[in-house]
Design a protein around this ligand. Sequence first.
Ligand code: MG
Length: 352
Amino acid sequence: MASFRFHQWLTCEIETSDGTIGLGDAALAPGLTKKAIDEWFAPLILGEDPFDVSYLWEKMYRRSHAWGRKGIGMVAISAIDIALWDLMGKLVGKPVFKLLGGRTKDKIPVYYSKLYAGPIDVMQAEAEQAKQFGYQGYKTRFGYGPTDGKAGMRENIKRVEAMREVLGYDVDLMLECYMGWNLDYTKRMLPLLARFEPRWLEEPVIADDIQGYVELNQMNIIPISGGEHEFSVMGCADLLRRGAVSVLQYDTNRVGGITAAQKINAIAESYQIPVIPHAGQMHNYHLTMANANCPIAEYFPVFDVEVGNELFYYIFDGDPEPIDGYLHLDEHTPGLGIQLSDKHIQHFEVIE
Ligand code: MG
């Protein structure tokens, strides 16, 4: 996935008869998702009551079941569902987390998520810089995989060691593979990485290799995390039932929106598996705030656009900035609290 970039974004607006607009979004394949919404899903919800959100979710899910379920169909449902929750919040004048159960924490601890593999001195300088902001944890990405052999393994280890050198051992360090490894390679890497006390090892193998996740997690050397490329309530329930992950990281943009995410949160809680949704963004922060089983949130620092993770800062206004490693959610901003921004619009080609 070294060349993976996404430099497009889909925003989904739903307007009620009184002119209130709910805003949802989804990244990855926005053009395809837009087509699915325009042609298939929009006619299913136009004229309906946004407060019938569970019914609408079910309607969209079942009417697209023959071709949807996972992938584009569920991404489209996610974008619409997030817009419906934003809409409900705005219509009742409450932040979304208040509709999801309310505040379970005063503020949300976040972990710094960047530290892409590169020259060690550059990575250490970034970690040094980030450390000054007092984050609760830091996630770094591996740059070497199975085709880089034993020498690549050593390069991976050197970088994790370099991160601990800067950050010390009193903060969490998360390790991200983004599906770039395979089962055999990960089995060999796990014992070598254990001494750096990682909080978790993320997505070591491709999302469909659930048995691989099970085997790796059962080794009990480093907690295995994943789920950002899994879809729907039943998909995530399957990961939990099989013990595939020790930390579940569904992506609200893909898993079926806030309606599905809330159901998954309840299932995960019953397994006592913490949920730490993939990516920053307000829909995830509202879910994290409203669920005691969501202990910390991922935070993508604001940077020039690289892989695409940072893109939402240039499209929306309203994402909070962490203070001393914590995010604060306002009690009084209705809905999700984001708006489309035109600050950087000259850099985008807008397709409506
Ligand atoms: Mg990830």
